[in-house]
Design a protein around this ligand. Structure first.
Ligand code: MTE
Length: 332
């Protein structure tokens, strides 16, 4: 996401943001006004040399992942793609994970994240809130592999084999109440490990949201593996959302909490720049980002530019979700 480097960044007019976020935004605006020297500083604070903090990274890397024996899992051939699969190297070394730095080479820094023990909290409008440990969750869920395209709002794209389970299976386990309309999802917050989270002008933790209808759509997927192995830390271990018809920023990584609610959640990027990274964020070549075209996308590996497809090519599965709603808004 190009927030810190661009000059055309504007705050949305609406004042629907909590006061603390406004204060943080004002700091960001001040930083932007101060020019490139100051703007470079947060990148350094975030450990953007790609190195993990000393003493933690190696221990975390060498600890065996207890879920390793679960993979590979059977590929579900219902979800076909007309593109070649991106190399594992590109998909695991060219990442967005702002918790570890606001650039693409966070893969080493992300090794500082400890993914065991890892507990997910299910709460809000559910029959009974509960916590579940990742390995208990994995035992309950129907694992399969799906090859999906992923289209980042920054206009690059990849095609990768995720392993995991339909988000619907987790929604069913949660037993939401009938009044719940949205699912709010939250990433861990630990600035000691994720040095990007020391950039206090961002509204940490990273939050994303879907309507319940979107969450139970058959495409919505929770990835726990990638390329037939447990998912790497830089890709959102131990569990992340994958919603392939939406821009990549909706696919929130390293989830710790899922809350059912009747209010539309304020998401991380919406709080920062609602005009640029809105709640719906459905892929559409016809609706440009305020600062660049979305008509084409660059494929990782080849660098080839190809036309962007509406709903990232998944219209047959999801277009029905948005019938009768204001078309333009759904792509913001
Ligand atoms: N989730 C969290 N918690 N933090 C992030 O910075 N970046 C998003 C998304 N999920 C992000 C996140 C963006 S902008 C994209 S494009 C994808 O993750 C990138 O996923 P990848 O690194 O596995 O390709």
């Amino acid at each position: 996401m190009h927030v810190l480097k661009k000059r055309g960044w504007e705050l949305p007019d609406s004042a629907a943001t909590p006061e603390n976020l406004f204060i943080e935004r004002r700091r960001l605006v001040k930083a932007l006004a101060a020019g490139p020297v100051l703007l470079a500083a947060p990148a350094l604070i975030a450990g953007c040399d790609g190195d993990a903090p000393k003493g933690t990274a190696n221990a975390a890397v060498t600890k065996a992942d207890p879920s390793a024996g679960l993979y590979p899992v059977k590929r579900n051939l219902r979800y076909r793609v007309d593109r070649s699969i991106t190399s594992e190297k590109s998909a695991t070394t060219y990442n967005n994970f702002y918790e570890f730095g606001s650039h693409k080479s966070i893969h080493r820094a992300a090794q500082a994240l400890s993914i065991r023990p890892w507990t997910v909290r299910i709460d809000g409008m559910v029959e009974k809130p509960f916590d579940i440990a990742i390995d208990d969750l994995l035992k309950k869920m129907p694992l399969e592999e799906r090859v999906y395209r992923l289209r980042c709002v920054e206009a690059w794209a990849m095609t990768v084999p995720w392993s995991g389970f339909p988000l619907k299976a987790l929604v069913d386990l949660a037993k939401p109440l009938s009044g719940a309309k949205y699912l709010r999802m939250e990433t861990f917050k630990d600035p000691d490990v994720a040095l990007g989270q020391r950039q206090h002008w961002y509204p940490w933790p990273y939050v994303e949201g879907l309507t319940i209808k979107e969450a139970v759509n058959e495409l919505a997927f929770i990835a726990t593996g990638l390329y037939g192995k447990p998912i790497r830390k830089q890709n959102g271990a131990p569990l992340r959302l994958v919603v392939p018809w939406k821009y990549g920023f909706k696919s929130i990584k390293s989830l710790v909490r899922l809350s059912f609610t009747d209010k539309r959640p304020m998401t991380f990027w919406e709080a920062i720049a609602a005009r640029e990274y809105g709640f719906w964020a459905n892929v559409n070549p016809e609706v440009p980002h305020p600062r660049w075209s979305q008509a084409r996308e660059r494929l990782l590996d080849s660098g080839k530019k190809v036309p962007t497809r509406i709903y990232n090519g998944y219209g047959e599965f999801v277009a029905g979700l948005y019938k009768g709603m204001d078309g333009e808004a759904l792509f913001k």
